[in-house]
Design a protein around this ligand. Sequence first.
Ligand SMILES: O=C(O)CCC(=O)C1=CC=C[C@@H](O)[C@@H]1C(=O)O
Ligand SMILES: [Mg+2]
Length: 368
Amino acid sequence: MQIKKVTVRKMKMRMKEPFATSFGTMQDKQFLLLEVKDEKGNTGWGESVAFDAPWYTEETVETNLHMIRDFLIPVLLGKEITHPDEVGALFSPIRKNNMAKAAIEGAVWDLYAKRKGIPLAEAIGGNRERIEVGISIGIQENLARLIEKVQGYLDEGYKRIKVKIKPGADIDVIRGLREAFPNVPLMADANSAYSLDNIDLLKQLDVFDLLMIEQPLAYDDIFDHAVLQKELKTPICLDESILSLEDVRKAVEMGSTKVINVKIGRVGGLSEAKRIHDYCMANGIPVWCGGMLEAGIGRAHNIALTTLPNFVFPGDTAGSSRYWEKDIIKPEVVVEDGFITVPDEPGIGYTPDFQTIDEFTTASYHFE
Ligand SMILES: O=C(O)CCC(=O)C1=CC=C[C@@H](O)[C@@H]1C(=O)O
Ligand SMILES: [Mg+2]
């Protein structure tokens, strides 16, 4: 197949509620939506998960637009491709910029699966008919409010609760939650808010029987995490520190992590995400699918990824209505009793809703 045309849309969608982490609060989600077209007029869709500011990784909506327009599309347009795995190889001379690469590669994966007439999940080797889902809850103004939120999501059926912690809102928050919910699968995400100076504090978390603690230390560290893991019973899960299979291999060999949060955008695409999955499965490291507050297209890609067998823990892929008044796909992603049914239509299995997409588009660019 050949990519003959790419449309990049800049989107802005308001989330129902702000999402607060240790590094800031977001309510207006800006992102890029990509549509690729082949020589036969088939289309595939991808979503860039870069935020408008570089607080999660260094990438932003604007740096992604620059990379996609000025480097990635020129490499891809008109090239003969037989499998989406080749896209990563084409992009390999361009360093990092993983979210930009993943957005295009994701669109090519969707297109590839549609051309074959099979669901994306099947195209990557997944075989689950439904996936188990958890929820990630941002920092709340007080514990009572957090407990109320957790109860609401448990009532909706979510199977694992992740909460954000930061210095000053950590031990007391987790203790309060554990007292309120003694048996709920619970985990904490620190988004790099601590250092080894806080080792005594982090050790106090061990008594709360957390599934894992996500990214307690620096976003680019694997050494200090290995030091910390030796002191903790709670498994460490790396998020920000993992940009590739190579990062995973080193972190696993060093003992820095016992679980991996796989985010397609952070690792540069579905092909690399699958390689990470396969390596972790072979090495006894469970993985789960993280979220980037995606709209429907990115969410659909996460659902497909989660059908691989070593996605052991419920992911952060909640239903559309947890984020949006109106999502950009039809049907929206629905969670029932804590499960999402994996679509069986070709490709991502959800149809882009052009009316909603147009409503939230702030600029569009065409390349052919
Ligand atoms: O619901 C989701 O999509 C997950 C949200 C979530 O936890 C995160 C989204 C984006 C950046 C981080 O704050 C965070 C994470 O670190 O996993
Ligand atoms: Mg995280």
